[in-house]
Design a binder for this molecule. Sequence first.
Ligand SMILES: [Zn+2]
Length: 206
Amino acid sequence: MADKLNRVTGADSLRKFFDSPYMGAYSINDGAEPIVTISDVMQGKITLEGGRKEDHVLLYFAEKSVQGMSEVKPLVLNATNQKTLEKLYGKGADVLRGKMVKFYVDPAVRAIGGGTTEGVRIRPTVPRVAATGPTKCTVCEKEITAAGNMNAAQIVEYSRRRFGGEMCADCMRKAQEQAEAAKVEEESGRKGDVENAPKPESGAES
Ligand SMILES: [Zn+2]
């Protein structure tokens, strides 16, 4: 039987189908300088191209997708970016969680085994987030404050991207729950008579 294949369309670089689990220069659109928020710092053995295993420190990010980077993958931290981070935010892992970094592509970083290649670099400046004072949630009208590992400005940014307006973390969570509940209802409605469909028992959800 033939393998099941998907037709490829669009203008994005085909490099994205090489499917590395880690961020690379290929992750960043031409000329873009995407900004992301560090959510975690991990360390361990990772499998490199060709199957080689090496110990590395990895940065994980809060965003799944940002302008200039359609899929935000973990970054394998190299010495250059590690030095930049230390200058920006200080030593250690704890100072990094919740901090923002701006990436760019350096077209000529030293390649393993000689020569040069393109690589992901962190800009040596703290990304500017709009500091326009407190922003009110468009749903509950309370001031949007920091939550989880995101500061207020990041939550404002995130809610605009995700819901198209400024929302606090609580209201975003509620909106998400409602969207999920509506989806469940829609699915159960499709199976039979909507009016007489039995309501899911409370406590039945995972
Ligand atoms: Zn709210």
